[in-house]
Design a protein around this ligand. Structure first.
Ligand code: FOL
Length: 226
């Protein structure tokens, strides 16, 4: 059921936890960072073999059928994605809005609209049951600030994939300070634990990206709480 589904936040933030400026990202296009976001949010984890079936990976895939990760975002984050990239492909998109979907422009019918995260997941669960959506792999919360905050207040949110941007861009939108508050219980995991989580190699050294006028380095991190 929806309350059992683990949620993962994925976010990029400056040293002061800035995540946005004027409805967009505060930094220039960071190709390697955006590519990491796309790869990680698309990659579906291998199913864990419980039942008594043969643990052959190939058979297992055919028995379970294909699955698709879900990305949950607020209405302003939806509007910030370039139209040619939305809905985010190969992922089930859920948009959180208090407004009716008719007020959001011509959304494709495969995009779910809900008033909060849990209602969105419940609506998706219904679609999976009636066969109009694929079974869920991982569920990612992709922002913005108020949606991240709501997700961090849910007990099923145990993991945060943080890209720490090593430059202080001017921002008007910020990620929750709860990540640094020891009472919130968030712990920085090791590089090895991050690699196991995302199922890819992650560089030890910061990556560098940007343009000739604006070079920036950044680092991929994993935070988890018990
Ligand atoms: N998390 C991280 N780590 N980096 C981000 O840039 C980020 N951005 C958002 C949420 N979490 C993030 C929200 N903003 C696209 C654009 C903006 C956006 C999220 C996604 C987007 O267009 N994504 C395409 C890739 C486009 C490309 O390759 O240039 C996608 O398919 O995911």
């Amino acid at each position: 059921s929806v309350k059992q589904l683990p949620l993962t936040l994925i976010v990029a933030a400056t040293p002061k936890n800035g995540i946005g400026k004027n409805g967009a990202l505060p930094w220039p296009m960071l190709k390697k960072e955006m590519a990491y976001f796309a790869r990680v949010t698309k990659r579906v984890p291998m199913p864990t073999n419980t039942g008594s079936v043969q643990s052959d990976a190939w058979q297992q895939t055919n028995l379970e059928g294909t699955r698709r990760n879900v990305v949950i975002m607020g209405r302003k984050t939806w509007e910030s994605i370039p139209p040619k990239f939305r809905p985010l492909k190969d992922r089930t998109n859920i948009v959180i809005s208090t407004q009716d979907r008719s007020m959001l422009g011509g959304l494709p019918e495969e995009v779910l609209v809900a008033s909060d995260i849990m209602s969105g997941l419940a609506a998706l669960e219904q679609r999976v049951r009636d066969g109009s959506a694929l079974p869920v792999g991982r569920a990612f919360v992709i922002g913005g600030a108020s949606i991240y905050k709501a997700a961090m207040d849910l007990p099923q949110t145990k993991s945060i994939l943080m890209t720490r941007i090593h430059k202080d861009y001017e921002c008007d939108t910020f990620f929750s300070e709860d990540l640094e508050d020891s009472r919130a219980g968030w712990q920085l995991r090791t590089r090895k634990e991050l690699q196991d989580y995302v199922d890819e190699e992650v560089p030890e050294e910061p990556l560098t990206d940007g343009n000739d006028a604006d070079q920036v380095s950044f680092q991929f991190q994993l935070y988890q709480r018990p």
